[in-house]
Ligand binder design. Structure first.
Ligand SMILES: [Zn+2]
Length: 172
């Protein structure tokens, strides 16, 4: 597996075990607009994420895929519904389990990696999309929403015009 400068991850697939044993490395961008599984969470789907996929084999002969994803997503704040930047910095180790091979025990399993089944055609896009999905907060919110005043005004207008009438009253 050769080193490739700019991989089209939408198309890229690797033979997982071979990629690991050869310490392959692919890097490139994934357009945010193509991440359909997170589309509902986004306020904007512009931009792209920088991705690197690296193969690795440890001293015990275990094969890994290392995924690194960085970039910024524009999520929608659950409180004010305005857009909210999330800086992504994902670094993930995936242990490749040979088909029919033994999976690590839950109790023994190291928190620093997940195990996935190795195959000869592993679509890198789905692996990347899965990690991005896992990295999203369940209920994204600004620490301090920038436009709460606007929200209040809108709510007040909707609620009733009685207060507006009262305000007029007091002036006279
Ligand atoms: Zn907000």
């Amino acid at each position: 597996m050769s080193r490739q400068a700019n991989t089209d991850f939408a198309q890229a697939a690797v033979d997982g075990l071979e990629f690991a044993s050869e310490a392959g490395r692919l890097s490139g961008q994934v357009a945010v607009a193509t991440l359909s599984r997170i589309a509902d969470n986004l306020a904007s789907n512009r931009g792209s994420l920088e991705c690197v996929v690296q193969g690795e084999m440890d001293q015990d002969g275990n094969s890994f895929l290392l995924l690194a994803v960085t970039g910024t997503l524009q999520l929608r704040c659950q409180r004010c519904l305005e857009s909210m930047a999330l800086a992504l910095r994902i670094e993930r180790r995936l242990l490749l389990v040979v088909p029919g091979g033994s999976w690590p025990d839950d109790e023994l399993e190291d928190d620093t990696f997940d195990a996935i089944e190795a195959s000869r055609t592993m679509a890198l896009f789905s692996l990347i999309e899965e990690e991005v999905l896992l990295a999203l907060p369940i209920a994204p919110r600004h620490e301090v929403c920038e436009s709460p005043v606007v929200m209040l005004d809108k709510d007040r207008d909707r609620e009733s015009s009685v207060f507006a009438v009262l305000a007029q009253f007091k002036k006279h």
